[in-house]
Design a protein around this ligand. Sequence first.
Ligand code: SAH
Length: 232
Amino acid sequence: MGIFGSGDTKIAAKIEKMVRTIEQECEYTWRSTGRRTLQPAVLAAMARVARHEFVPTAMKPFAYDNNALPIGAEQTISQPFIVALMTDLLEPQSDHAILEIGTGSGYQSAVLAGLVKKVFSIEIIPHLADQARRRLTEMGYVNVTVLQGDGYRGLPEQAPFDGIIVTAAASHIPAPLKDQLKPGGHLVIPVGLPYSHQELMRVSKDPHGQISTRSLLDVAFVPLTGDEGRYR
Ligand code: SAH
C-alpha cells in the first residue's frame, strides 16, 4: 500500500491526470500569467496531496477534477490549477515561512506544507478552522498552524513572511499584509468585486522595500469577509 492507502492505483492515476490538466491550463493562460510551465517542485507538491481528503463525502468522486468544489458554509476549495499557479507565484523555498488568509479546507496549506518550512493559515469561520486543523494534524502535516480569526490584519506576531497568499477576494490589497511581507517576497491575492470581476494580483516587495503590483489572470473567488475587508 502506498501513501494514499487502499484504492491507490486509481487515485494515483487521477492525480497524474490532474497534474497534466494543470500543465495544459498553464499553456492556455501563459500570455496572461507569463508562465508557460510551473516549477517542477510545485507540480510534485500538488501530486503528493490527497485532495479527496479535503472535500465532503459527496464531492469525493470529483476531487481530482480541475474545478472548485463546495466545502460547506458557502465556501469552496479552489480549483487545482489556481492552487498550483498561486503556489508557483509565491516562489516557495524550503526555508520559507508563508502566511495564508482563508484556510477553508486546508488543501492549499497542505500543498504549501510540502514546499516550505512553516505555514500559518488564518480562517474566519470557526468550524472550518477547527476542521482544517484536525484534518491536517491527522494527515501528519506538522508544519502548519491554523488560527481562527480575521486575516485582514495578518499575523503581526509572526511577521515578516517570505510570502503571503490570500484565497478569498478582497476589494483592495490590505495594507497590513503588504507591511508583513519580507523584502524579496510576494503577496498573491485576488482583488475585485464579490462573485464578479476579480483579478489575481501579485504584489512584490523588492530588496529595497519598493512595492510593485502585477495583474495576472481573471479569477472567481469567494469574498474576503470580516469588518476590515468588507466591501465598501
Ligand atoms: N484555501 C482554501 C480555499 C478557501 S475559500 C482551500 O484550500 O480550501 C476562502 C476561505 O476564506 C473561506 O473558508 C472563508 O471563510 C475564508 N475567509 C474569508 N474572509 C476571511 C478573513 N477575513 N479572514 C480569514 N479567512 C477568511
